[in-house]
Design a protein around this ligand. Structure first.
Ligand SMILES: [Zn+2]
Length: 69
């Protein structure tokens, strides 16, 4: 039987710190959350691609944020 109602197990949606999209699946990096799509994007981004630098900057900010805590 499938129980479906308030108070049941619900998937927590977290906000992706890269795209700000709310998703329940992804990875948690330090105190931030990266959704599946962005995680894949990062993994598939060619290091020579300009977007890679954007992600890198974001990650750097994230690490800096984490180190402050
Ligand atoms: Zn995202």
């Amino acid at each position: 039987m499938c129980r479906n109602g308030a108070g049941g197990v619900k998937e927590e949606k977290l906000q992706c710190f890269i795209c700000n999209h709310q998703d329940s699946s992804g990875i948690a990096l330090l105190n931030a959350f990266i959704c599946n799509r962005c995680e894949r994007k990062i993994a598939n981004t060619n290091p020579n691609h300009i977007k890679y630098n954007l992600f890198k900057e974001k990650i750097k900010l994230l690490w800096a944020k984490g180190l402050q805590l």
